[in-house]
Ligand binder design. Structure first.
Ligand code: FAD
Ligand code: SF4
Length: 515
């Protein structure tokens, strides 16, 4: 074999740079399912199925194009357990002249494959990942000389560079940002009828993977009975069309809202297809622009959605590669608490947490505000070790790939990077959750109480968090109003809150780290 093209589980794109110059007569493809990728964090069953089912469909699509694929299945005999070990065996057998690999999405995987090639003395050509609209070098250049990085500036740069929603040099509609229009809640009347999401029937390949995962990983968290994610490029395109036609128009206004037993609301559910590269972000952005230009979606929705993909998605990738590997170790707030056991079961009296975690177990999905302002916020206020928080998010979401998961969990939600991702810790009392959802109306706690039997744990922990970190946060202008409110608390009241926190901590069972 001349070139052996390595295709990882999140690189399922036939148009990627990996296939540039591919010659079916001389070159072949290597793909491997390995247990390590499902066990290095205690991975949700649906996440394992998502990756394996999409990989097998991609393998079959390549073979249809007469591309030779050396594919190792999880249940093949003589499995070696890790990507590096599998690759070593294939290299020894095929003796390729060169390995070709598109930049992986995870530092750990990148290092292990580079080391393996080095060890076996085979040339490895690393190619740029064209899936993204900007490169890691573009981001590093943008970051150079800046005291502080902010999404807004990078996003505007990319809007101009790619001429997306632009009127010459200015943004269409005259404003870059429609955030104030995009913080709506459903009020008392609720969301009414939410358009159903596109459903997929499970084919034999996906069903076989589901059986395999149930057999091999029976104790892993999460359920499979609701598994309903696009696993091919064709299905990903259908998911996009369905979203643009039925949910994009309301996406903007309700992107931060939450409602009991409504896991998807007006969100796109496209992150998994995007992260596995089943769909190109340009295609997604183009459809949102067309929907706006043809009057099918208002500007605040189209812009709000494009901001997530052209803005946040590119930005967090830039942060990840700029700060890795040190980023993984950040712990600015010196948080050391264990993760509560209920993060793996959803069994808690706090209704918001039981909803967000419950739907995560059911679907491997929660939308951004549930991740940031329910599960993330509680861990931040409690002071959970950010490593544990990171591992939980990496394990539990079908769309979790480290380059996007880590800056979001460790940076945006836990402030462990000391302000690289977010200009301040995203902290709030239970009243924020009450405003944005109907969770509190079915909860035994009261979000306006910080002490006593009915006190909402979020509210109690919020004041304790501010008091514990007051010194560190004092220099941050964006925290001044919250700290002023803290200063208004009487010493007795604060003492009672802190006593309640001691009781609250004692009542929470930590996760079983032996699992
Ligand atoms: P929509 O709300 O429809 O948004 C559209 C798209 O924008 C998403 O598909 C996604 O590709 C992109 N996007 C939105 N927000 C972000 C963001 N903050 N960063 C990067 N891209 C974004 N996203 C992941 O893809 N994988 C993760 O592992 C992941 N972990 C997260 C962990 C935490 C603690 C938080 C706060 C956020 C995390 N996110 C992650 C970002 C975001 O929550 C998900 O992308 C989104 O909920 C996916 O659902 P959706 O496709 O319906 O998104
Ligand atoms: Fe969550 Fe507190 Fe509201 Fe209960 S009262 S749902 S714990 S925010």
């Amino acid at each position: 074999c001349r070139n052996l093209v390595l295709v990882l589980g999140d690189q399922l794109n036939i148009d990627s740079a990996a296939f540039d110059g591919f010659d079916c007569e001389k070159d072949s493809v290597w793909m491997a399912e390995v247990a390590e990728e499902s066990t290095h964090v205690w991975t949700h069953k649906a996440r394992i199925v998502m990756f394996l089912a999409a990989m097998r469909h991609f393998r079959d699509a390549l073979r249809k194009k007469h591309i030779e694929v050396h594919y190792r299945q999880l249940d093949d005999r003589g499995k070696r357990g890790s990507l590096a070990a599998e690759l070593e065996a294939t290299i020894k057998k095929l003796k390729p002249q060169q390995l070709i690999l598109v930049e992986p999405g995870e530092w750990r995987v990148r290092e292990s494959l580079i080391n393996e090639a080095d060890k076996l003395n085979v040339a490895l050509e690393l190619r740029t990942d064209r899936h993204f609209l900007s490169t890691t070098e573009d981001f590093a250049q943008h970051a150079q000389g800046r005291k502080q990085l902010r999404l807004e500036y990078y996003y505007r740069e990319l809007r101009r560079k790619h001429d997306i929603l632009m009127d010459g040099r200015d943004p269409v509609g005259g404003k870059w940002n429609y955030d104030p229009d995009n913080r709506g809640s459903f009020g008392r009347s609720g969301p009414g009828e939410i358009p159903d999401t596109k459903r997929y029937s499970l084919d034999a390949t996906t069903r076989e993977v589901m059986k395999l995962v149930s057999r091999k990983f029976p104790k892993h968290p999460g359920k499979l009975e609701h598994f309903d994610w696009p696993v091919t490029a064709k299905q990903a395109r259908q998911a996009l069309d369905d979203f643009v036609a039925h949910r994009l128009p309301e996406f903007g206004q309700y992107q931060d809202a939450m409602w009991s037993d409504e896991p998807f609301l007006y969100h796109s559910r496209l992150s998994t297809a995007l992260n596995l590269k089943l769909i190109d972000p340009r295609e997604v952005i183009d459809e949102a622009v067309i929907a706006y230009r043809t009057g099918k979606a208002p500007l605040n929705s189209a812009e709000g959605f494009i901001r997530q993909i052209l803005g946040w998605r590119e930005y967090v990738r830039g942060i990840y590669w700029l700060y890795m590997p040190g980023y993984l170790e950040c712990n600015e707030l010196e948080a050391m608490q264990p993760l509560p056991a209920f993060y793996w079961t959803g069994e808690t009296e706090m209704h918001c947490l039981s909803q967000a975690i419950g739907q995560t177990l059911d679907y491997g999905y929660a939308h951004h505000i549930q991740r940031l302002m329910i599960t993330g916020l509680f861990a931040l206020l409690l002071g959970v070790d950010p490593q544990k928080v990171n591992q939980w998010y990496l394990a539990m979401y079908v769309d979790a790939v480290e380059w996007v998961e880590l800056p979001n969990s460790l940076g945006m939600s836990q402030f462990a990077d000391g302000g690289v991702m977010a200009s301040k810790p995203y902290v709030a009392t239970g009243k924020y959750i009450q405003r944005m959802s109907n969770y509190c109306s079915s909860c035994r706690f009261d979000p306006s109480q910080s002490t006593g039997e009915d006190a909402c744990p979020f509210t109690t922990l919020y004041w304790d968090f501010l008091a514990r970190h007051k010194k560190r946060l004092q220099g941050n202008n964006r925290m001044s109003m919250q700290l002023r409110n803290l200063d208004r608390k009487q010493p007795d009241e604060l003492k009672a809150i802190q006593e309640q926190v001691v009781e609250l901590r004692a009542s929470i069972t930590p996760e079983d780290v032996t699992l």
